[in-house]
Design a binder for this molecule. Sequence first.
Ligand code: ADP
Length: 188
Amino acid sequence: MNIILFGAPGAGKGTQAKRLVESRGLVQLSTGDMLRAAIGAGTELGLRAKQIMDRGDLVSDEIILGMIAERMDSPDCANGVIFDGFPRTVAQADGLGAMLEECGLAVDHVIEISVDEAALFARIETRAAETGGSRADDNAETLRKRLSVYHESTAPLLPYYADKGLLMTVDGMNSIDEVGQAIDAILG
Ligand code: ADP
């Protein structure tokens, strides 16, 4: 089963993805985590991505799709994948669809975790405090930019997947456990 967790920055995708990894043995693919790993390792890709991420912009579709294709080659992905923070553009969604189709697979569920924007600012502030500011993009100014990028480039994926009959929305203002239960109810 291949699942996309969808939502604005701070909606709780990573938290719910980790729950699903534990409960269902799926592999979590977070493009944000992959990029941060590249930054940590000091690779050329990491150096290029850091500047883009720090200002709240999107890394190019080509880089992201290349990263995903490489990771999807690994046999552990055959059991099913939770995509967290990917796709973020229609081009990425098209690329993912083509990649899965080549292996006779498909996106099975797209779950939007919906959260009020005011709450997102509070959550990002909390995360910045908890992580000691280790994520340079966790501040109000960059979050405003990330949200505007989300509305412009990523939100069009909602009708994209709704048209395919794949989209379900859960209320991300509820507790972590309640959101998890709502997701479990959708996945069956
Ligand atoms: P969040 O979900 O909290 O916004 P992520 O950790 O998913 O954060 O991503 C952080 C940053 O990494 C994004 O703002 C963007 O610059 C880059 N990034 C992550 N995933 C993608 C993607 N699929 N396409 C383009 N850029 C991405």
